[in-house]
Design a protein around this ligand. Structure first.
Ligand code: FES
Length: 151
């Protein structure tokens, strides 16, 4: 019983801490950044991808992007990063944005477009968007031949 009370207290403290963290995040980040960073639906790897890119940002953080292509373009995109919260948001938003686009369309996405899609990023996090876009371009470059052979 004591153990249950202890767990209950622990859960309450964690819950309270999470609420405080989210409240602090809201002062800095848009609701979209927070949502994508906390629930990165496209986080992960694709086995035997048709396109793969990896980049290291100026901050030292890494990102990888995996693409599954079909005859038309990008069917599925996934990413992993060991970076910050905004890099999670950028990788996730970008992976979702490119699904259904041709490689050519996806290659035209600029860091500014990603920042707009996330309803803005603080200036000190703008390089996280640049990291995601550079990684995507690497993945697209590696997958160009595949999409041609599948058409
Ligand atoms: Fe390194 Fe954001 S601080 S990717």
């Amino acid at each position: 019983m004591e153990h249950q009370v202890g767990n209950f207290e622990f859960d309450r403290v964690v819950d309270e801490l999470q609420k405080q963290i989210i409240a602090q995040e809201r002062e800095i980040f848009s609701a979209k950044v927070i949502e994508h960073a906390h629930h990165p639906t496209n986080f992960g790897r694709i086995e035997e991808p048709d396109g793969y890119g990896t980049c290291q940002g100026e901050c030292g953080d890494m990102m990888e992007i995996y693409l599954r292509l079909n005859g038309v373009g990008i069917e599925e995109a996934k990413f992993v990063t060991d970076g910050c919260g905004p890099s999670l948001a950028c990788g996730n938003m970008l992976s979702r944005m490119v699904e259904g686009l041709s490689l050519e369309e996806a290659s035209r996405i600029r860091p500014e477009d990603l920042i707009v899609a996330l309803d803005g990023l603080p200036e000190e996090s703008e390089h996280c968007a640049a990291l995601a876009v550079s990684t995507l371009r690497e993945a697209i470059a590696s997958g160009g031949a595949v999409v041609e052979s599948k058409t």
